[in-house]
Design a protein around this ligand. Structure first.
Ligand code: PEP
Length: 251
């Protein structure tokens, strides 16, 4: 199947207001190649401004980096699906390894966040990936299978349309070390096979599986040309307009 590519930028806890505006303006003034969709995930406080700058164009969408699973209520400091939706978000990241590690997000909680997003018509960019010791001991496919099984496989086939998967080996995030195109392809193919077994071939073929972990202009072309790699979730390199633009124009 000919899936379009998705290039998503996760700004994490970076960029103050003016820098976020400048970066967005720079990206909006660029032409996005046909067959590529861009998603920006700024911090919550920038969603309003970034969202306004994205109005009127269709190639760049807005994502939140996180969301709370509850509809509303006494959760001081948290942000609901309804709130991010009202600022124009179509997506939220769920299960990023930093949130799993630093905020102890469990498989169960991630499943609840996915449910909350889907219930409100948003999509989840669900991140999975193994730590270095698991890569080294060779059980990385089983590890990622478990993550998918525990947080995603309660969905029915129609709900899968609202999921983008991101394979992000933890040993490659923010480390400068990238999975080789072959390592990425091996895992992406494995994930697609898993999805096919559970939901059927058509759903598996339609699913976008992004690679994340030190994607940069120098490696984007090789990674994105793998058969099962449908683009990237980009951290560090999404903060520099020139780098991010050259990843978007990876061909
Ligand atoms: C990420 O945060 O999802 C990520 C992949 O970061 P980096 O590109 O900096 O490795």
């Amino acid at each position: 199947m000919n899936r379009n590519k998705i290039v998503a930028g996760n700004w994490k806890m970076n960029l103050a207001k003016n820098d976020a505006i400048k970066l967005t303006e720079d990206l909006v003034s660029d032409s996005i190649p046909e067959g590529v969709k861009v998603i920006l995930a700024p911090s919550f406080v920038h969603l309003d401004r970034v969202g306004k700058l994205l109005e009127g164009q269709s190639s760049i969408s807005l994502a939140a980096q996180n969301v709370h699973a509850a509809e509303k209520g006494a959760y001081t400091g948290e942000i609901s699906v309804d709130m991010i939706k009202s600022y124009g978000c179509s997506y939220a990241l769920v299960g990023h390894s930093e949130r799993r590690a630093y905020f102890n997000e469990s498989h169960e909680l991630l499943a609840q966040k996915i449910d909350a997003l889907l219930k409100n018509g948003l999509s989840a960019i669900f991140c999975v990936g193994e730590p270095l010791e698991i890569r080294k001991d060779g059980s990385y496919k089983e590890y990622v299978s478990q993550q998918i099984n525990d947080s995603l496989f309660h969905l029915d086939a129609s709900q899968l349309d609202a999921i983008i998967l991101a394979y992000e080996p933890i040993w490659a995030i923010g480390t400068g070390e990238t999975a080789s195109p072959e390592q990425a392809q091996e895992m992406h193919q494995h994930i697609r096979e898993m999805i096919s077994e559970k939901y059927g071939e058509a759903k598996a073929e339609a699913l976008h599986i992004l690679y994340g972990g030190s994607v940069k202009p120098a490696n984007a072309t090789d990674l994105f040309s793998q058969a099962d790699v449908d683009g990237g979730l980009v951290g560090g390199a999404s903060l520099k307009a020139e780098d991010f633009k050259s990843i978007i124009h990876y061909k």
